[in-house]
Design a protein around this ligand. Structure first.
Ligand code: DC
Length: 229
């Protein structure tokens, strides 16, 4: 029996567990996982390291031509982000990147370049993609769309634990401030603001464990595949 391969879009606020959920769902279904936030973070890292002036469109365009982002499966089996051949998976999670990424991802040429690459990857189907605009802009025709939300303190605690796992210490207030600022920029920017697609399923993860979030997505994916059989 051959089941169809889906495009699953997972959008939502930062630190709601999108990446963790998407990664696990992809592993269970045997799909490719694409962390689009990592792509925006990699561009931000390049801009920071190369002192690219965000207000200078020519400089931004020139820098974008030099950027090549790829994903490879790491030793632990999870997908890792490479910037021009270098593994930047850890570096892109630093606070200095987090503090700049919303500004960088609000730039139209940055979005154009990354959306184009994301669509190319998704064409092969059998993909779980997480981000802010996957169900609205990148794949409005995605088979299954989720929109994840959660209480801000819970999100901040989760992000703090994630940073700790990467040996980065940050106090909760700083993280809450950073998340609030990012929410504001992400939802109010002119280019592809974060918003819920009308046909997206809302997942409030405040009181959900990762296992419950993953189960919910997998259950809906499997029932859709069975329907499409
Ligand atoms: O998911 P994340 O926190 O790693 O994303 C980092 C930033 O990238 C976030 O502030 C918003 C931006 N982003 C975006 O604008 N569009 C996407 N599809 C994914 C992320």
């Amino acid at each position: 029996m051959k089941l169809s391969r889906l495009i699953i879009a997972i959008d939502g606020y930062s630190a709601c567990g999108k990446s963790t959920t998407a990664r696990a769902v992809a592993r269970i279904l045997g799909y490719r996982y694409i962390d689009t936030g990592a792509m925006y973070r990699a561009v931000t890292l390049y801009f920071l390291d190369n002192h690219v002036a965000l207000t200078n469109p020519k400089e931004v365009a020139r820098a974008l031509e030099q950027i090549h982002i790829t994903f490879r499966v790491g030793p632990g089996g999870s997908s890792e982000t490479f910037l021009n051949g270098l593994n930047v998976e850890q570096e892109i999670r630093d606070m200095r990147v987090a503090e700049k990424v919303s500004e960088v991802s609000a730039l139209k040429p940055v979005r154009q370049k990354l959306v184009q690459q994301q669509r190319r990857i998704g064409k092969e189907k059998g993909v779980v993609m997480d981000g802010r605009d996957i169900g609205t802009v990148v794949f409005p025709e995605a088979d299954l769309k989720f929109f994840m939300t959660a209480d801000i303190t819970v999100r901040a605690i989760r992000r703090q634990q994630e940073l700790l796992a990467n040996e980065v210490l940050a106090d909760l207030d700083t993280i809450v401030r950073n998340i609030r600022e990012r929410d504001l920029i992400d939802t109010t920017r002119a280019e592809s603001p974060l918003r819920q697609a009308p046909d997206a399923i809302v997942l409030d993860t405040t009181y959900l464990t990762i296992e419950e979030q993953v189960d919910e997505v997998v259950r809906r994916a499997v029932s859709l595949m069975v329907k499409q059989r």
